[in-house]
Design a protein around this ligand. Structure first.
Ligand code: HEM
Length: 408
């Protein structure tokens, strides 16, 4: 990476997006925090401090609807993501209604009921590697898990999972408006979207005819007093659950394992006291979060921290920087699961706070408990590991771990 101190402030975010910064973007965030809000060369406003990010996450004058922006980044996401935007890309009152109709069925009980299946799946994935002395945490473990879980939750039959996995990987990158996809990648995403929608339509019909005890059937039946999701809205919502919950969960498992292996003292404490895994995962969400930033559009001029962000501007909320802000967290660059004040921004905040947070926690905590308990003498093969290109959904492409053996 170029010496961070040499980079002019208006070029810092371009350097964040540069793949050479992926392994460690945190010194760049520290530079950005010298001013809470900085305008970049292309007119983007980057917000890097905890206080200002929190204020804007709760500010109705800022929009998640890319159709309201004037900046060029909108087209790629909009075309590739969906013709009917999923509710992550909408504002109140539309957002409030769509989110509520989902939450009426995506209940804590439905998530709690997944516990046994999650534990079985985690152990089966490790059992499959028992003859080996090395595994790739991403490909062999973290990548399959969330798709298997979401398929089970929605009610997608296990034999269709491989197809689901392919569509999900092609679509997930369209969630990042800063990533420039090639024409071929956009085509592939569009094709995956069409196939996924077609598949979901057929599943809707099947569940309408013969309801089962799954989320898909519940949403098709729609016994909510506020009405039912229309067919296009339901399909967009299902697609959103699949793609918003996939790579994020993969990255949380992988970032956690990487961080734990870099901190052998914490690793040892976790083996002795597995209950510490709950705060340890929260600490990873602060320290190495899967979602580094989200983008928004201003609906009006917004004066904040001595700057006026003009109407129609693209705003980057640098969540990962806010969670490392020394004005908010004691010793923010220290990985410290026992910290007692950890209101991180890993799941966002305000109206769009992650709806999948309870499910993600229920997946990632058992996954890491199993990895730390069953892998004997685990060590990193390469540090830093190779990273994916995506700067917003940040995580390793592979994470090779060597070990003596996998216990029962
Ligand atoms: C570790 C895993 C996860 C992380 C770090 C994560 C992070 C986030 C963040 C930061 C947001 C806020 C987006 C914004 O403000 O624009 C968000 C929203 C969302 N997440 Fe997650 N997420 C995770 C897992 C999941 C899972 C498992 C699901 C679904 C099964 C899910 C579904 C969603 C949805 C639907 C939204 C949009 C909420 C809205 O716009 O109201 N996420 N997530």
């Amino acid at each position: 990476m170029t010496q961070t101190t040499m980079i002019p402030p208006e070029k810092l975010f371009a350097q964040v997006l540069d793949p050479t910064s992926r392994a460690n973007p945190y010194p760049l965030y520290a530079r950005l925090r010298e001013k809470p809000i900085s305008v970049q060369e292309d007119g983007t406003y980057v917000v890097s401090t905890y206080r200002e990010i929190s204020l804007l996450l709760h500010d109705p004058r800022i929009s998640s609807d890319e159709r309201k922006g004037t900046h060029p980044a909108r087209t790629q996401t909009e075309t590739a993501a969906s013709a009917t935007p999923a509710f992550i890309f909408t504002d109140p009152p539309e957002h409030t209604r769509l989110r509520r109709l989902l939450m009426h069925q995506f209940t804590p009980q439905r998530i709690a009921d997944m516990q046994e299946y999650i534990e079985q799946t985690v152990n089966a994935l490790l059992d499959a590697r028992k003859q080996e002395k090395q595994l790739d945490v991403v490909q062999d473990f973290a990548y399959p898990l969330p798709v298997m879980v979401i398929c089970r939750l929605l009610g997608v039959p296990p034999e269709d999972e491989p197809r689901f996995r392919g569509w999900s990987s092609a679509l997930v990158r369209t969630l990042d408006p800063t990533e420039s996809l090639s024409e071929a990648e956009i085509q592939q995403a569009m094709q995956s979207r069409t196939q996924l929608l077609e598949y979901m339509k057929q599943l809707s019909e099947a569940r309408r005819a013969r309801p089962q005890n799954d989320l898909f059937s519940a949403l098709v039946a729609g016994d909510d007093p506020d009405g039912r999701l229309s067919d296009p809205d339901r399909l967009a919502t299902m697609q959103l659950l699949l793609i918003a919950g996939h790579e994020t969960t993969v990255n949380l498992i992988t970032n956690s394992m990487l961080t734990l292996l870099r901190h052998p003292d914490v690793f040892d404490r976790l083996r002795r006291n597995p209950d510490l895994m709950i705060p340890a995962v929260e600490e990873v969400l602060r320290y190495e979060p899967p979602v580094q930033f989200r983008t928004r559009t201003t609906l009006t001029d917004i004066p904040i921290a001595g700057v006026t962000i003009p109407k129609g501007a693209r705003v980057v909320l640098l969540l990962a920087s806010g969670s490392r802000d020394p004005a908010r967290f004691v010793d923010p660059d220290r990985f410290w699961p026992e910290r007692d004040d950890n209101e991180h921004l890993g799941f966002g905040g305000g109206d769009h706070y992650c709806v999948g947070a309870p499910l993600a926690r229920r997946e990632v905590v058992p996954a890491l408990k199993a990895l730390t308990r069953r892998l004997q003498a685990p060590r990193l093969v390469t540090d830093p590991p190779p990273y994916r290109r995506n700067a917003a959904l940040r995580g390793p492409e592979h994470l090779q771990i060597a070990f003596d053996h996998i216990s029962d």
